[in-house]
Structure formats: structure tokens, C-alpha cells
Design a protein around this ligand. Structure first.
Ligand SMILES: Nc1ncnc2c1ncn2[C@@H]1O[C@H](COP(=O)(O)OP(=O)(O)OP(=O)(O)O)[C@@H](O)[C@H]1O
Ligand SMILES: [Mg+2]
Length: 222
């Protein structure tokens, strides 16, 4: 498994710095996100896939924070970027970007809204966001539906890159379903928290879902 980057801990002292790539473009951590961006560009060109699923073995390893900052970094490079918050258990992308979440992915998947009506623009370059929408009763079913693969096809026609936030892969079947649909996966692993067995197990589960593991980002190294 390719190690995409070790990411240092500079976010925790001040919660407002969750979006450090936006608020602090000259910081070391922003530069680290640029390195990850470049590394992903090389590997995803090989895999020829626009949608990249970000997950981790367990909860609270930094998936949402990494997705948000990486997306900003990519959008600053003038790519058309879409974030999809497919963590229908504990969504957080809308709060990072301070967006209303009354309409989102769940609304599109349950045919209440069209994809184009549900995506929201941000004030950061060409970055757009499809937040989770209201938490549904049947997340796994919605994510495994034909509507989700159609949504990915549609998004791939408009965007250069699609970053998908998700729940942890060992705790929820949702993520296995997503991995099977998206193919390209990056693991975010919190330093010192994810035990080696859990990382190995996550790798195995992703392989069973027939996903391509592009690499891992080791988060929170001080
Ligand atoms: N590099 C970092 N340095 C400091 N704090 C961080 C870093 N990455 C994440 N955090 C903090 O850790 C907490 C969990 O992060 P985040 O919500 O991104 O994790 P997650 O993997 O998406 O969680 P969940 O499994 O619930 O979706 C947040 O409070 C976040 O601000
Ligand atoms: Mg999250």
C-alpha cells in the first residue's frame, strides 16, 4: 500500500482551523495537502477514475477533515471538484463548510430532488458540495441503489474529481457498498490510533469489495 503522506497535527488547537487549506494557505499543513493532491493525481491517472472514496478502519480518524482540505487544495489548482458526503451516519461536511443540510445526497437518492438542485456552490474556486441531506433510515440500501451509480456517472461528466466522505469501513456495511461502486479508495489512518490489525482488516474488506486501494494518509503526526 502506497503511503501518500503523513499529515501533521495543527488543527486541534483551534477548531476554526478545520479548513486550514482555506484559512491558512501558506501553512506547512496546506503544503502537505498539496503533496497529497499531487500524489493522488499520479495514482488516480493510472487507475483512470474520477471518484475517490475516502474512508478509514475506525471512526474519528480524520476522514471528513482530510476530504474537506484536500478538496480545497484541488479546487485552488482550478480543478472542478465535488465533495459528496456519503457518511449518512454521522455527516460533517456541511458543518465544515457551514452549509444548510436540509437537501442533499439522501434527497437525490430517494428521488426527492435532482442532483443539479441538490449541489451547493462554495466560495472556494470551483468547489461544490453535495452534503448528506437528512439522515435516512436505510443508508446502505440508498448507497447501493441504481440512483447512486447514476449520480456518480452524472457527476463524472461535470467534475474533474469527486471526493466521497464515508463512515468507517469496519463499522458499517455502507462503506463496503460505496467501495464497490467507486473503485478507487484512500484510507485515512490516525497515527497511533488505528492498530495494525485494523488496517490489515480494512485492506482485506476493501479487496473483497473489489476496490482499488490507491494508498493511505497517516493523520495527526506531531
Ligand atoms: N490532523 C489533525 N490534527 C488535529 N485534529 C484533527 C486532525 N484531523 C482531524 N482532527 C480532529 O479530529 C476529530 C475527528 O475528525 P473527523 O471528523 O475529520 O474524523 P472522521 O474520521 O471523519 O470521523 P467519523 O468517523 O465520525 O466520520 C475532529 O474534531 C477533527 O477536528
Ligand atoms: Mg467524518
Amino acid at each position: 500500500m502506497l503511503m501518500l503522506k503523513r499529515l501533521r497535527s495543527t488543527l486541534k488547537k483551534n477548531k476554526k482551523r478545520n479548513l486550514i487549506t482555506y484559512t491558512n494557505p501558506e501553512s506547512i499543513i496546506t503544503e502537505e495537502f498539496r503533496t497529497i493532491r499531487t500524489n493522488i493525481q499520479f495514482t488516480s491517472e493510472e487507475h483512470n477514475c474520477k471518484a475517490i472514496l475516502m474512508t478509514s478502519p475506525s471512526t474519528e480518524e480524520g476522514k471528513s477533515t482530510t476530504v474537506a482540505n484536500l478538496a480545497v487544495s484541488m479546487a485552488q489548482q482550478k480543478d472542478r471538484v465535488l465533495i459528496i458526503d456519503a457518511n449518512l451516519r454521522n455527516p460533517r461536511i456541511h458543518s465544515i463548510f457551514k452549509l444548510n443540510n436540509s437537501i442533499g445526497l439522501s434527497s437525490v437518492l430517494s428521488n426527492k430532488k435532482k442532483f443539479t438542485e441538490a449541489i451547493k456552490e462554495t466560495n472556494i474556486g470551483k468547489l461544490e458540495v453535495l452534503s448528506s441531506g437528512p439522515i435516512p433510515d436505510n443508508p446502505a440500501e440508498l448507497l447501493g441503489s441504481y440512483e447512486f451509480s447514476r449520480l456518480l456517472d452524472l457527476a463524472s461528466q461535470t467534475f474533474d474529481v469527486i471526493l466521497i466522505d464515508s463512515p468507517s469501513v469496519l463499522d458499517y456495511s455502507d462503506t463496503k457498498i460505496l467501495a464497490n461502486q467507486c473503485k478507487s479508495v484512500i484510507l485515512v489512518v490516525r497515527n497511533g490510533r488505528s492498530k495494525t490489525e485494523k488496517v490489515m482488516e480494512a485492506k482485506k474488506v476493501l479487496k473483497l469489495a473489489k476496490a482499488d486501494l490507491l494508498g493511505a494518509i497517516i493523520n495527526q503526526v506531531s
